[in-house]
Design a protein around this ligand. Structure first.
Ligand SMILES: [Zn+2]
Ligand SMILES: [Zn+2]
Length: 331
């Protein structure tokens, strides 16, 4: 595909889409019913549906026998770690191999003109972003992912007699499933905003921002505290009345779903004519500029609180004004 029909490339080789980034047409005033109707399919396809389906498979075929979680079983925890890790390595690996190892679509639709592998830096383990990101994912993110999952399933294992059946409360559970992305967006915005408070940033969040030019495995490359806060969104399903299937969906939405923001490409080509929108521009701009786009745009938190950046020159000017004011007030 000709990416210059959809955007432009500067001298450094960075590609910028013609269309500024936009937030979802939810929570806008006055309401935009037509835009909302047009947007609804993208709420489900392809990612949300995929993470809901993976949670369903995990629950129905692998984890629904909750009696196994009543007492701690190390062998079961290890099995769960391998299951989650294999699934994640396959899922993230498909994007990494196609786009960054095989470079199957070259630099077409790639935001940053440079490849992360060209940037050897001391901030990364073994000076390599990819090795650093993969090791942090395997050694930090996946054990914590499994720990959170195990704790939640153990909680439900002790609730079995009173566990509400999905079929007994179809409207409540359908509504809860529908707002899983909204819960995620709110939780993510709040913890992310807090992690940009300077002392917390230096202690915990800096690790994730080492990947200024993110690639798929940057998604969960985080300090352990940040992983716990981020994937801990699933704990909302032990606080509110819920069901293990929905807790798994929330966890998969956060874990597998971290990838769209870190793909580094605006579109993934599917043949000569078609391409899949990754919706990664908003979070790419966060990695580029740090102090903008703390949320992913499902709820326009950044517009409400003055930190929205849509990739345009005007947004650049607004950001620079804000930074200057902040520096002046700190001086
Ligand atoms: Zn990120
Ligand atoms: Zn950040």
């Amino acid at each position: 595909m000709d990416d210059l029909a959809f955007g432009s490339r500067n001298k450094r080789g960075d590609w910028t889409p013609n269309e500024p980034a936009s937030t979802a047409p939810l929570f806008v005033f006055p309401p935009k019913p037509l835009a909302l109707l047009k947007w609804i399919p993208s709420y489900f396809f392809p990612f949300n549906l995929l993470f809901a389906a993976s949670a369903y498979v995990w629950w129905v075929y692998l984890l629904s026998d909750l009696s196994r979680f009543q007492n701690f079983d190390l062998f079961l925890a290890i099995q769960l770690y391998f299951l989650n890790t294999c699934a994640l390595m396959i899922f993230y690996g498909l994007f990494e191999i196609r786009l960054y190892v095989l470079r199957a679509q070259g630099q077409r639709f790639k935001f940053n003109g440079r490849w992360p592998s060209d940037n050897k830096s001391d901030v990364f383990w073994f000076k390599s972003q990819l090795i650093d990101n993969v090791l942090r994912t395997l050694l930090i993110a996946m054990p914590l992912w499994t720990f959170i999952e195990y704790v939640i399933l153990s909680f439900y294992a002790h609730q079995v007699p009173s566990l509400p059946a999905l079929v007994d409360h179809p409207i409540y559970f359908a509504a809860l499933a529908l707002i899983v992305p909204v819960i995620h967006e709110t939780h993510f915005y709040l913890i992310h905003r807090a992690l940009h408070w300077r002392p917390l940033y230096r202690l915990f969040h800096l690790v994730h921002h080492n990947s200024v030019n993110p690639s798929p495995f940057s998604s969960l490359s985080m300090h352990p505290v940040e992983v716990f806060l981020y994937l801990g969104v699933a704990f909302w399903h032990v606080i509110i009345p819920s069901h293990p299937l929905l807790a798994l969906y929330q966890l998969h939405y956060a874990g597998f779903g971290a990838i769209p923001g870190h793909i580094g490409f605006d579109k993934i080509e599917l043949g000569e004519e078609n391409a899949l929108d990754t919706h990664s521009y908003i979070h790419y701009l966060h990695h580029k500029y740090f102090e903008v786009n703390y949320g992913d745009g499902l709820i326009p938190f950044d517009k409400w609180f003055g930190t929205w950046h849509d990739g345009t020159k005007e947004a650049d000017d607004r950001m620079n004004d804000r930074m200057t004011k902040r520096r002046n007030s700190a001086a």
